[in-house]
Design a protein around this ligand. Structure first.
Ligand code: URP
Ligand code: ZN
Ligand code: ZN
Ligand code: ZN
Length: 484
């Protein structure tokens, strides 16, 4: 059955214009004036944007001795209610290795996901098996590999392991992602604060200063350059990391940076709150920073040196956070944001004039679709694209309350924030999955979005590296020392 979205203004990354959108099956069939269909979706007074893509989530992830409480069902339903139609989640290999972990993630998502989903693979060591499994992962639609430079003794990898993995990524046409913090230094600073008697959540911020992130970001970029591969830095939280990315990009390097909506809108004063629970609920890595760093991140989005706004949705309950009551290093790291990313960014970004509506679409959907090599299937409003669309009402407003959220966590780091801009309808592959009475989770409806390797920017970098590679000087015998 065909549908038409009528009366709205289409906001794409490149322009805004008034037109109807005809949907046939799960695809956009036509865009233009006066289109008709059996079903009409009213977009009067609203904008139509491509469904949000959140490229950084951790649903049901085992981490720090526990497992994130947000399930695939609750997390993806929360995503749809906030206008996000695709989540990309991190597979963490356990003792059974990479492929078993991917099986597990695929199985959980297939059974529960309400929105579409895709996967990044994590590299947590180096071996011949991992080398081989990386190729198998790519053949199963994973074109991104995550490297943690922090979490010493757990997920952390060293420089030589990163260099080996980055070279493998280059050969496979895959993109390395990096959590950039100097893990050795963090571990040492954590011990320093614990032994000096500062054991509360405030010490989490003290033990991860911006320099620690800036140094690691610079190191990751250096390793990527040596390996001849583009690199994507996740959860960029501070000027020092942004500066390293900006500098690399100015030199023509293929480096991408992803700030989170939390770092853009919440600051480090949260950790000094009198209430332990309040502070601990906001413990994530890197920590929230002061306002000057926030200004830097906003400027990065405005100028294009940072390209994507994600959430790193990694949601633990208050009870789980209390594992670290006596020792801040045991507070499970992570915060939520999946449900509120678009509304928070609209309110704090577009309404303030920091971002245009088109820039908003670019950083919440289009740019990451390009980086992940799924554009224009996702991230676009074009004939032939998946009909992942949000009828976005810029006048609708709400006060964020944990009590009303779809996420199953017992708090919300944006509690009491007044936001403007909400989905009137969210469509996933042509079906209304939020709004107009379609307000029930539909687990199992989500589809796995497999991503091909070799995006254009990776091919371009490989060509350039080959052209400029060091070459041996071929010396004829008469130019060689005699008798040696
Ligand atoms: O604190 C965070 N960010 N937790 C999630 C794991 C990660 O580092 O991305
Ligand atoms: Zn991380
Ligand atoms: Zn993360
Ligand atoms: Zn407003």
């Amino acid at each position: 059955m065909s549908k038409v979205i009528k009366g709205g203004t289409i906001v794409a990354a490149d322009r805004s214009y008034e037109a109807d959108i005809l949907i046939e099956g799960d695809k956009i069939a036509a865009i233009g004036a006066g289109l008709t269909a059996e079903t009409v979706i009213d977009a009067e007074g609203a904008l139509i944007i491509p469904g949000g893509i959140d490229p950084h989530t951790h649903l049901e992830m085992p981490f720090m001795g526990t497992t994130t409480a947000e399930t695939w069902e609750s997390g993806t339903y929360a995503a749809l209610s906030g206008g996000t139609t695709l989540v990309v989640d991190f597979v963490i290999p356990g003792e059974d290795g990479m492929m078993k972990a991917l099986d597990l993630w695929e199985e959980r998502a297939a059974r529960q996901a309400c929105s579409d989903y895709s996967f990044h693979m994590s590299i947590t060591g180096w071996s011949k098996q991992i080398f081989e499994d990386m190729a198998t992962s790519v053949s199963r639609g994973v074109n991104t590999f995550k490297h943690f430079m922090a979490y010493k003794g757990a997920l952390m990898v060293n420089d030589d392991e990163m260099y080996a993995s980055f070279q493998r990524c280059a050969a496979l046409g895959a993109l390395p992602l990096v959590h950039a913090e100097n893990g050795d230094l963090v571990a040492a600073l954590q011990q320093k604060f614990m032994s000096s008697g500062i054991s509360g959540p405030e010490a989490h911020a003290y033990s991860r200063p911006p320099e620690v992130e800036g140094e690691a970001t610079n190191r990751a970029i250096t390793i990527a350059d040596a390996a001849g591969v583009p690199v994507y830095i996740v959860h960029v939280s501070c000027e020092q990391a942004h500066e390293a990315i900006r500098r690399a990009r100015q030199k023509g390097m293929r480096v991408f940076g992803e700030p989170l909506i939390q770092h853009l809108t919440l600051d480090e004063s949260e950790y000094f709150n009198q209430e332990w629970d309040h502070a601990a609920r906001r413990v994530m890595s890197p920590p929230f920073r002061d306002k000057a760093h926030q200004d830097s991140l906003w400027a990065g989005l405005q100028s294009g040196s940072l390209q994507v706004v994600a959430t790193d949705h990694c949601a633990f309950t208050s009870e789980q956070k209390r594992f670290g009551l006596k020792d801040f290093t045991k507070i499970p790291n992570g915060t939520g944001g999946l449900e509120d990313r678009l509304s928070m960014l609209w309110t704090r970004g577009v309404e303030t004039g920091r971002l245009t509506p088109n820039e908003f679409v670019a950083v919440t959907s289009t740019n990451i679709a390009r980086i992940l090599n799924i554009y224009p299937q996702k991230g676009a409003i074009l004939p032939g694209s998946d009909a992942d669309l949000v009828v976005w009402d810029p006048k609708a407003s709400k006060t964020i309350k944990a009590a009303n959220q779809k996420s199953i966590i017992d708090y919300n780091v944006f509690e009491c924030q007044q936001v403007h801009g909400l989905p009137r309808y969210t469509l996933s592959r042509g079906e209304v999955v939020w709004g107009a009475g379609a307000n029930e989770p539909r687990p199992g409806r989500g589809k796995h979005v497999k991503r091909p390797a070799f995006p254009a920017f990776a091919k371009a970098l490989t060509a350039w590296k080959e052209l400029t590679a060091p070459r041996a000087v071929n010396r004829s015998p008469e130019h060689m020392p005699i008798g040696v």
